[in-house]
Design a protein around this ligand. Structure first.
Ligand code: GLN
Length: 305
């Protein structure tokens, strides 16, 4: 049996010099309040065994990590979504870039950049009566935690400074790839991004993707095996913005990051692993978090490759 706690202890010691080196995202002012020296990490096996280190119980804003969950709710209802309204190729551009979107006629490269997530949210407006409420209900179900919530202060802070997201959604509306009201789509998108979790809640929430679409705690099927495979594949190829090649090379797992400093990754059939440290690298991924996951797959000798 792998000594996961020993591995976490070793990682924790080795990443110490990196803490404070990354830059906390301040383009959303409410995110800038977190201390870049924080670091937490959790490994959770499918059988529920849990290993933790550092600030693993502190909640943070999951930001873009929520894009995997919104996509999950949409592909359950709209099988053609990724054929018609959004692609599934890495963008090679920053997560909030506008340039490619105009060249490609308002069809986002993938659902894990901002433009793609905004179209996903628009599709939620078409599929559900009350997407903001229904999405939260879904997240509470998959996390097994009824206290998981939006952070209104962060959602409002992003709304007040979300000029790029407003530009993206309006550009796509002009290309007829947004069906609903742009302000409603933006409001729900900002709330999704403001969801707060700690590392363990994040592992719990993503465990259905590590377990062929079935929530290991309840036995409930959330997605078919085929769709779970597809979402994991998009995490591998598009989950860490324009650093996916480097992340596949160094870590070798499907992963999704957010500018709150969280990253969740998984080994299909075995475990979820999440890490949080708010200092970001130039691509917007947690600097210490990426290193910690690289050390994890190296010491555990476990990746999908
Ligand atoms: N809410 C953030 C934004 O729209 C999400 C980006 C991210 O986590 N990469 O800019």
């Amino acid at each position: 049996m792998t000594d996961y706690q020993g591995i976490l202890n070793r990682i924790y010691d080795e990443i110490q010099p990196l803490l404070g080196q990354g830059k906390v995202a301040d383009y959303i002012p409410a995110l800038a309040e977190k201390d870049s020296h924080k670091f937490g990490m959790v490994i959770k096996l499918i059988d529920g065994s849990t290993f933790k280190i550092g600030d693993a119980d502190e909640q943070f804003s999951i930001q873009s990590i929520s894009k995997v969950l919104t996509l999950t709710t949409v592909v359950k209802e709209s099988v053609d979504f990724l054929k018609t309204r959004c692609g599934k190729e890495p963008s090679g551009t920053p997560f909030n870039s506008l340039v490619q979107l105009e060249y490609e006629n308002g069809i986002p490269r993938n659902p894990f950049i901002n433009a793609g997530a905004l179209v996903t949210t628009d599709q939620m407006y078409t599929n559900f009566n009350n997407p903001k409420r229904d999405f939260l209900k879904f997240v509470r179900k998959v996390s097994g935690d009824k206290d998981v919530s939006y952070n209104e202060k962060i959602a409002r802070s992003e709304e007040q400074t979300g000029y790029r997201n407003a530009a993206l959604v309006n550009l796509m509306k002009d290309f007829n790839n947004i069906d609903n009201d742009v302000d409603k789509v933006l409001d729900t998108y900002f709330h999704q991004c403001s969801l707060e979790m700690n590392c363990e809640q994040l592992c719990d929430t993503f465990s259905f993707l590590a377990n062929r679409g079935v929530n290991p705690k309840t036995g409930e099927r959330i997605l078919s095996i085929r769709r779970a495979k597809r979402i994991n594949a998009i995490m591998l190829t598009c989950g860490t913005y324009d650093a996916v090649g480097d992340v596949a090379y160094r870590i070798g797992l499907p992963a999704k990051s957010g500018v709150g400093g969280g990253i969740v990754a998984l080994v299909p059939g075995e475990l979820t692993v999440s890490v949080w440290s708010p200092g970001l690298d130039k691509k917007g991924n947690s600097l210490a978090g990426i290193k910690a996951l690289e050390l994890f797959t190296t010491y555990a000798e476990n990746s999908i490759f």
